[in-house]
Design a protein around this ligand. Structure first.
Ligand code: SF4
Length: 355
């Protein structure tokens, strides 16, 4: 029987230190992973929350679930694991899935232009029933109004300060609709001074013609693979229809069309065997490190979706090491600003990660 102090709910500071030695992962990274996986409890709040977690000179944005089933307590400006203080924290702000927001010190914009709360089908999705804070941005007028709003907030004259726009959004009726939307976002922002890359995060663009068009417009493709097993049970129909081989073929065609590519993966749904078998299959078709999201429970029911082995820190630390063993052979490394739910915070394969 595994030590309860290494389980997701029973983790202690001494347990985290033992795991750090066993897996050769810094204690900070073990704690950062566990906060992401379990979220925090805090008086009078529930749902999703965002706050800054600071320890020594490190400062990390946490976007997590708020609830009772966690060893972490957010209270009076500090974060505790069980009774031990592990860092300071800012107040909790509401975290919604449908916002448009900046990353990378304001150089990357995440645009949820086709409200995700209208999209249905993936069992683990956190966008259902989320609070709708803004209108769909699928028209030229809507996008220009959004840019006006962003420029008013930042005090800039145009959008030339942006390096990239991530279109992370709900599904469209067809592939042509997605492409049309990406081209519209690209054109509208370019007319307002943007000269960076539009990154499409999704799985609706699969044809060579569309990928070539994206390549001509200097776009990038982040394919939402999400999981390797039980795909027809866990994924929205259209997403599950694109099987793993077909998905890799799309990424290959995208690379041939000149696009930067990556894929999104939720860590917690598959066996470690699948992870060790499948990650190497992507090495030739991606140019950026996969976005590995630690599985979070947006709803209590999501707990039942986990792979039966994904209830202890051993699973997640083992997976982190497995992925490092595969990706460590390449120069691709996680970009921390791109993913607040990654299994990496300070190191990768023993090397310090750029913050
Ligand atoms: S495609 Fe799936 S994960 Fe994405 S918004 Fe729609 S239901 Fe949610």
């Amino acid at each position: 029987m595994r030590d309860p102090s290494h389980s997701l709910n029973g983790l202690t500071l001494s347990g985290a230190k033992e795991l750090s030695l066993e897996y050769n992962v810094p204690v900070f990274d073990v704690l950062h992973m566990a906060i992401n996986l379990r979220g925090v409890k805090s008086k009078g709040v529930s749902g999703r929350g965002r706050f800054l977690f600071k320890q020594d000179r490190r400062e990390y944005i946490m976007a997590v679930s708020l609830g009772e089933n966690t060893p972490f307590k957010h209270e009076e400006g500090v974060l505790r694991i069980q009774d031990d203080v592990i860092g300071t924290v800012t107040d909790i702000e509401e975290d919604t899935c449908d916002e448009t927001y900046y990353r990378n010190n304001g150089r990357a914009l995440t645009l949820n232009s086709n409200i995700k709360s209208d999209c249905r089908g993936c069992m683990f999705c956190g966008a259902y029933d989320s609070v709708e804070t803004e209108k769909s941005l699928t028209t030229e007028e809507g996008l220009n109004n959004k840019i006006d709003e962003l420029l008013k907030e930042s005090g800039d004259e145009d959008m030339s300060f942006l390096d990239s726009i991530g279109v992370v959004t709900g599904c469209f009726p067809s592939e042509d609709d997605v492409l049309g939307h990406l081209l519209l976002v690209n054109d509208v922002f370019k007319n307002r001074g943007f000269s960076g890359t539009v990154c499409y995060v999704g799985s609706q663009i699969t044809s060579e013609d569309c990928l070539v068009e994206m390549g001509k417009n200097n776009m990038a493709l982040y394919l939402t693979v999400e999981c390797f097993e039980r795909r027809s049970n866990l994924l929205r129909l259209g997403k599950a229809e694109l099987n793993l081989d077909d998905g890799r073929d799309v990424l290959k065609k995208a690379r041939n069309a000149g696009l930067e590519t990556s894929f999104l993966y939720i860590l917690g749904l598959d066996s470690l065997v699948s992870i060790s078998e499948q990650f190497p299959e992507y090495l030739d078709v991606i140019s950026r490190h996969p976005i590995v999201n630690l599985m979070q429970n947006y709803q209590p029911i999501h707990e039942t979706l986990r792979h039966p082995t994904a209830y202890s820190m051993h699973y997640f630390l083992g997976a982190r090491n497995l992925i490092e063993n595969v990706m460590g052979k390449t120069s691709m490394r996680p970009r921390l600003w791109e993913n607040y739910r990654a299994p990496w915070a300070t190191t990768y394969g023993g090397d310090i990660l750029e913050s």
